[in-house]
Design a protein around this ligand. Structure first.
Ligand SMILES: NC(=O)C1=CN([C@@H]2O[C@H](COP(=O)(O)OP(=O)(O)OC[C@H]3O[C@@H](n4cnc5c(N)ncnc54)[C@H](OP(=O)(O)O)[C@@H]3O)[C@@H](O)[C@H]2O)C=CC1
Ligand SMILES: O=C(O)C1=N[C@H](C(=O)O)C[C@H](O)C1
Length: 250
């Protein structure tokens, strides 16, 4: 490792995302892969890391991050399941570790970040909006973190514009037919072999609709965002949510 390289470790290194992150870090001249950890592995090699990247499981991520904070190691986190309560726990824990940075992002693909941004911009103009997220069938969580984040951002934008509730005359429903209700926004999940990660945000007004769609066809799509976060987090103490700022979006 040269003096200018950032030492990086990966939690979930054998997983779909973790393996891709290991390849991306190894291919980047300014980064050095110093630890690849999976379930049950001794974390000792990770003490050599300046930044740990976590793509594991919502049940595992907080314990990994507590360990990072205790050991004053920055973290870049793509694992889903971050509720407001979990983010508050992280902020509180970071309070005892000045200088340590954590970036948590529901989606590291530049296109998905733009899709969420565009959807947020459109939100105040339309009477109706629904989200369809489409993923590979091996995904553990539904709705996706991206869909949940998008729904929250749209709900906040509608709220700020004093938009009334979305019209829906449904009175008879097979349970689940109208999807999940995330802060008043309907979110529908599709799990289909052949897919990777996709999302459509559908807006409707009298006489017109607008669809904002993003497709990740390959997990390489997440790597520029992950590496940008790894490079940025060493100089970004505290909690950063999303990579919009790092990409200059917003
Ligand atoms: N933010 C973003 O841009 C993206 C986020 N994701 C999210 O990342 C997460 C992982 O996705 P994906 O890679 O597809 O899932 P995988 O199941 O393929 O990978 C998760 C890996 O983490 C391992 N793991 C579980 N617990 C621990 C632990 N405590 N310490 C270390 N490793 C652990 C698993 O091991 P084992 O299999 O033995 O349990 C597995 O190898 C999900 O939450 C997903 O939604 C995915 C893509 C993009
Ligand atoms: O599990 C996945 O694959 C993905 N997870 C993230 C999510 O839940 O939003 C990001 C992307 O959609 C891929």
């Amino acid at each position: 490792m040269t003096e200018t390289q950032i030492a990086v470790g990966v939690f979930g290194a054998a997983g779909r995302m973790g393996a891709e992150v290991c390849r991306a870090v190894q291919a980047a001249p300014d980064l050095e892969l110093v630890a690849q950890l999976d379930v049950g592995d001794d974390r000792a090699p990770a003490t050599a890391a300046q930044v740990m990247v976590d793509f594991t499981h919502p049940d595992a991520v907080l314990d990994n991050l507590s360990w990072c904070i205790e050991n004053r190691i920055h973290a870049v986190v793509g694992t889903t399941g971050f509720t407001e309560d979990r983010l508050a726990q992280l902020r509180w824990a970071l309070g005892s570790a000045p200088g340590v940075g954590i970036v948590v992002a529901a989606n590291f693909s530049v296109g998905a970040v733009l899709m969420m941004h565009f959807a947020e911009q459109a939100a105040r103009f339309y009477e109706s909006v629904e989200i369809i997220e489409l993923h590979h069938p091996d995904k553990a969580d539904a709705p996706s973190g991206t869909a949940t984040t998008t729904a929250r951002r749209i709900a906040a934008a509608r709220d700020a514009a004093s938009r009334p509730a979305i019209p829906d005359a449904t009175t008879q429903e097979v349970p689940g037919a109208r999807g999940a209700d995330i802060e008043g926004i309907r979110v529908h999940g599709v799990r289909l072999r052949g897919l990777v990660a996709h999302q459509e945000v559908l807006f409707g007004d009298p006489g017109e609709t607008l669809t904002v769609r993003h497709d990740s066809f390959d997990r390489v799509s997440f790597m520029p965002g992950v590496l940008a976060a790894v490079r940025a987090v060493v100089d970004r103490p505290g909690l950063t949510i999303g990579i919009d700022d790092l990409l200059g979006i917003g």
